[in-house]
Design a protein around this ligand. Structure first.
Ligand SMILES: [Zn+2]
Ligand SMILES: [Zn+2]
Length: 124
């Protein structure tokens, strides 16, 4: 088994780099450092869990730790400004079809490329 030292994903032998972050894989991971969570501040209110999942994943990609609590996305106070900016950009981005990856209109309910059902539009 191989591991990505950055995102800690597991890979089968034969892979050399992490497909997500391009990091060279290592045979074993260093022990996980306990992440210190400082003061948390809410940056946006969620319409649904799907949305929250998308947003936390987006923030994680930028190295920002976030949690969902009582329908709010919380981040550490030091990340507040950056996280708010990322969320703003993310929410403003056109929806992407989960099946074929093409960009869709905000109003579209079905993908105009492959016909897959699109998630409900995200609230401002
Ligand atoms: Zn990785
Ligand atoms: Zn599609």
């Amino acid at each position: 088994m191989l591991f990505c030292p950055r995102c800690r994903a597991e890979y089968r032998a034969g892979f050399r780099r992490c497909s997500d972050c391009g990091e060279v894989l290592v045979p074993s991971l260093p022990p996980e450092e306990p992440r210190k969570i400082n003061e948390l501040v809410p940056i946006c209110e969620l319409e649904n869990l799907y949305e929250g999942d998308q947003i936390t994943r987006q923030l994680e990609k930028h190295g920002i730790l976030s949690i969902i609590e009582k329908g709010m996305v919380l981040v550490e106070a030091k990340d507040e400004e950056r996280a708010a900016e990322i969320v703003k950009v993310f929410i403003a981005a056109p929806p992407i079809c989960g099946a074929c990856g093409s960009e869709q209109d905000f109003e579209a309910k079905f993908c105009d490329q492959c016909g897959a059902k699109l998630p409900p539009p995200l609230k401002e």
